[in-house]
Design a protein around this ligand. Structure first.
Ligand SMILES: Cc1cc2nc3c(=O)[nH]c(=O)nc-3n(C[C@H](O)[C@H](O)[C@H](O)COP(=O)(O)OP(=O)(O)OC[C@H]3O[C@@H](n4cnc5c(N)ncnc54)[C@H](O)[C@@H]3O)c2cc1C
Length: 603
């Protein structure tokens, strides 16, 4: 009798659990305001890592009206976007992204079509945090101290740490209990455990004499850690969920999607409004107090130049009326990442292989319980290193390794996604991936954190619909190649540790087809490999650099005000004086949080 009652209760409860799981894994659409006011106190352009934070914090003051304009659609309308493991399939998806191609690179991206590397940016509520790899990594304290030395007064580590903490809601109790982490902010951060190999990775690091520690702590250099990611209960936690959904009911906050801002309007040197396009029509909306550009490392610089703020000669050549002559787009920085070399398990499979990835149990465990492989970013470990040839005064790391417990070539689907995302030539991918099909293995993906030379972003046309010209100048300094070769050597050392050897991991010896004339495994061989296969990481930054009043490279001052202009600020990746030694989303959100406080304090 009791048994029957218990089973009946469980059966009655099951649909409720399933309903809850399904609705929780899918955020609800955000309230959009179709009929806008004629003016607002603040207009924020771009709802990404920084812009969503700015709009939320400014609208905490119920006496101020805030309009947030976003070119993309509501993230809740995009199926699959919030499943962490599906990230890569959205990187080059133009339904939710701006997909840029660099100028043909002379010394890098040699295996891409036309030597043009792809550069991706999210175009959807949450911006790039809706499509990114979700890696949560803040940067080294030394990065921010360097920012201040470069003229960004008030942005040293001690100044920015409170904003990282304010934003963060770390679900790892051990980390959350330390003074360096937050446990009540809007951005959920959790351990993203794809496979048990995460422990092997950290053990391997320890075997080599590195620290097991916190890559977001106060000394992240030469440290190994499991992956932490912006994921909440198995769901991507972008800034739309962190900052916009909780604030959408505020009557003083209006959010409009599919509104592409094409120009900032000036009265003399004062920004007074913006023009945006929606559904083929142009509209103007005015601001009483300020406009904040948070359109990202590419978007904000592009918009400033279209509006007449940029290098005088360049704008005049295109027939644009100059409002302020500033070095917009002159200091473009980005990280680069290297796919491969590949390591395979010679006996038993470990990590992720097509069978485990596609298994019904894997899917069921995600759809019913939001757990298992699909709830993770698929990146299992993170390590940061200083390299021997980096300048002594750079105390921050120049090299990062992200540990992938799978091979990009393991299945037809993944190979296709990878090729399209990175713009690699089909014949190269097919050649390199042919030994990887249905094989289990891993990759230690090296990232170049501090390219020695800056790139540029320029206008191609004064028409807002034409993408800007990006020339990142990749691998134009020999040290950049050296750093990535250090990454390859580090991956070989890791694979040779007892921790990985015990699992039967071995280096897959096969040459890139364009590098067969070099001695395999020599530095000359790896230089060729790096120049062919290192690609953009989509951390584009520094195009509207922040700096002191006398800094000829600065576009904004340390209060993020565009120099020589009133009522216009930039708050996003573009204001970094130097790209941080980490993936960039956490820093961009910190910038948004701090920008809002600067504005509220009336500085
Ligand atoms: C594919 C990819 C993978 C990444 N992986 C990671 C990772 O794993 N970890 C990590 O830390 N970082 C990662 N990043 C980087 C990180 O997401 C970005 O650095 C960060 O989101 C940038 O924040 P932002 O506020 O500057 O701009 P974004 O987050 O890019 O937001 C800019 C917003 O402005 C909108 N916009 C642009 N122009 C206009 C306009 N004219 N009018 C209206 N709206 C406009 C865009 O549509 C977008 O929504 C990744 C980025 C990408 C693209």
């Amino acid at each position: 009798m009791w048994k029957t009652i218990l089973i009946t209760c469980l059966l009655a409860y099951l649909p409720f659990v399933i309903y809850q799981r399904i609705t929780r894994s899918k955020p609800r659409p955000i309230k959009i305001t179709e009929k806008l006011n004629e003016d607002y106190d603040y207009i924020v352009v771009g709802a990404g890592a920084a812009g969503a934070a700015v709009a939320n914090r400014l609208s905490e003051d119920a006496t101020k009206t805030v309009l947030l304009l976003e070119a993309g659609k509501d993230d809740a309308l995009v199926p699959g976007l919030h499943t962490p493991s599906s990230s890569l399939s959205f990187w080059a998806n133009t339904d939710v992204g701006w997909l840029y191609k660099t100028e043909p690179q002379k010394k890098a991206c040699l295996s891409t079509n036309n030597q043009e590397c792809h550069v991706c940016v999210g175009k959807v509520l949450g911006g790039s945090t809706s499509v990114n790899g979700m890696v949560y990594n803040r940067g080294s304290p030394h990065d921010f101290d360097r920012w201040e030395e470069m003229g960004a007064k008030g942005w040293s580590y001690k100044d920015v740490l409170p904003y990282f903490i304010k934003a963060e809601n770390n679900r790892n109790p051990r980390l959350a209990s330390t003074a360096l982490h937050g446990d009540s902010g809007p951005v959920f951060v959790s351990d993203s455990n794809a496979t048990d190999l995460r422990d092997t990775f950290v053990q391997a690091g320890e075997e080599l004499g590195f620290r097991r520690g916190d890559v977001n702590g106060d000394s992240p250099e030469d440290t190994f850690m499991h992956m932490q990611a912006t994921v909440r209960d198995g769901v991507r936690w972008n800034t739309a969920s962190a900052y916009l959904r909780p604030a959408q009911k505020r009557p003083n906050l209006h959010i409009l999607t599919e509104a592409h801002v094409t120009k900032v309007v000036f009265a003399g040197k004062r920004a007074i409004g913006v023009i945006y396009k929606r559904g083929g029509e142009s509209y103007t909306v005015r601001s009483e107090k300020e406009i904040i550009l948070s359109a990202g490392g590419i978007g904000s610089a592009h918009l400033l130049m279209l509006s007449g703020v940029g290098p005088r000669k360049h704008l005049e050549d295109l027939g644009i009326n100059v409002v302020a002559d500033l070095p917009v787009g002159q200091s473009l920085q980005n990280h680069m990442m290297l796919f491969g070399p590949d390591y395979i398990f010679k006996d038993e499979p470990h990590g992720i292989n097509p069978e485990t990835f596609g298994a019904l149990s894997t899917r069921m465990s995600y759809y019913l319980f939001q757990s298992g492989l699909l709830s993770s970013t698929l990146i299992d470990g993170n390590a940061l290193f200083r390299v021997p040839h980096q300048p002594k005064e750079d105390k921050f790391p120049h090299l990062q390794i992200l540990f992938l417990p799978f091979l990009y070539g393991m299945s037809d689907d993944l190979r296709e996604i990878y090729m399209n995302t990175v713009n690699l030539k089909r014949e190269v991918v097919e050649h390199l991936a042919r030994d990887l099909v249905n094989v289990a293995g891993v990759e230690f993906m090296p990232l170049l954190l501090h390219p020695k030379k800056d790139g540029t972003l320029r206008l191609k046309s004064k028409s807002p619909g034409v993408p800007p010209v990006l020339d990142p100048n990749y691998l134009s300094h020999p040290d950049d190649v050296k750093t990535l070769i250090e990454g390859v050597r580090m991956s070989q050392k890791l694979a040779n540790t007892k921790a990985f050897k015990d699992l039967g991991l071995k280096f897959l010896e096969r040459a890139h087809p364009e590098c067969v004339d070099r001695d395999f495994d020599s530095d000359e061989y790896w230089e060729c490999y790096v120049r062919h296969l290192a690609v953009s990481t989509h951390h584009q930054s520094c195009t509207c650099r922040m700096g002191a009043a006398d800094d000829p490279k600065a576009v904004v001052d340390p209060q993020l005000r565009v120099r020589g202009i009133t009522a216009l600020r930039v708050a996003d990746a573009s204001v970094m004086p130097m790209v941080v030694s980490a993936t960039t989303q956490a820093t961009c959100t910190m910038i948004g949080e701090k920008a809002a406080d600067i504005i509220k304090e009336g500085k």
